[in-house]
Write a protein that binds this ligand. Structure first.
Ligand SMILES: [Zn+2]
Length: 265
């Protein structure tokens, strides 16, 4: 498979006012830009550039994400991200996830196309198989507070992006978290793993039905999708749960890498 057409956003167009791109010092969000985003949430999610209505991810921020690249996460298989969890990408992820910027779903999903090409097994001369995108589930309370499951929305926005790149894909929300799941912020890797092990179950069946029904389309490669990788505990737990369903994920794609602060590509 030729992966050259699987790049995310179009690169090369730089925002003239940003000064020197090589240093990638992102402009801070001004109070006015933040206010405008609240009133008319359509400026760039990364830097707040552009008048309201101008779109969710400007060329400058696309350039500054720098990915895709692979992340070494023990026990998590192949993992690829769009960029480091900092600067414009971090702001955009937080705006999308926590500040109601659902309009960023399509732009952020576009950033996952190139990481997906990194984790997919390449078979030259063969038609790409239909991919199953499995969103890492959100806690029910968090999803309610955010107006829906933000990773599930990201997966659905990724489908047409992949189709445009010649990769048919469908979203398969195979996993769910029950009410016992706590917010993982502040938990270390072991605590996150224990938290998830107690709360993950196959979606649509409840905990009693665990492992009893094979998933549909068992030959399709399964790719886990999430927003940020921190300790890798979530990816490992989801992989284990999918194996319990008879699925072996080929890899995981995420928007941002927060595993080792300060590390560069
Ligand atoms: Zn921007």
């Amino acid at each position: 498979m030729d992966n050259s057409g699987l790049r995310g956003p179009v690169r090369g167009s730089r925002r003239p006012a940003s000064g020197s791109i090589p240093g990638m010092t992102a402009p801070a969000l001004s109070p006015l830009a933040s206010l405008l985003d609240l009133l008319f949430p359509r400026t760039c999610g990364g830097c707040g550039a552009g008048p309201p209505g101008s779109g969710g991810w400007c060329p400058w921020c696309a350039e500054s994400t720098a990915g895709p690249w692979s992340v070494g996460v023990p026990g998590a298989g192949r993992v690829a991200v769009a960029g480091r969890y900092r600067g414009p990408l971090r702001r955009a992820v937080l705006a999308y996830k926590e500040r109601g910027r659902r309009d960023l779903a399509a732009d952020l999903a576009g950033l996952l196309v190139a990481p997906l090409a990194v984790v997919l097994p390449v078979a030259a001369g063969r038609a790409p198989p239909r991919i199953r995108l499995v969103p890492v589930p959100s806690r029910p309370a968090a999803a309610r507070a955010r107006g829906g499951d933000h990773v599930l929305r990201l997966c659905r926005a990724l489908e047409p992006r992949l189709a445009a790149a010649g990769l048919p894909a469908s979203t398969a929300p195979l996993l769910a978290l029950d009410r016992r799941a706590r917010d993982s912020v502040g938990l270390d890797g072991a605590a996150r793993a224990a938290n998830l092990a107690a709360a993950l179950y196959p979606a649509g069946r409840g905990r009693a039905g665990r492992g009893r029904r094979p998933p549909p389309d068992p030959g399709a490669p399964v790719v886990l999708v999430d927003d940020v990788v921190t300790t890798g505990a979530t990816l490992r737990a989801c992989r284990r749960a999918l194996r319990g369903l008879g699925c072996e994920p080929v890899g995981s794609v995420l928007l941002a890498d927060a595993t080792t602060p300060g590390r560069k590509q």
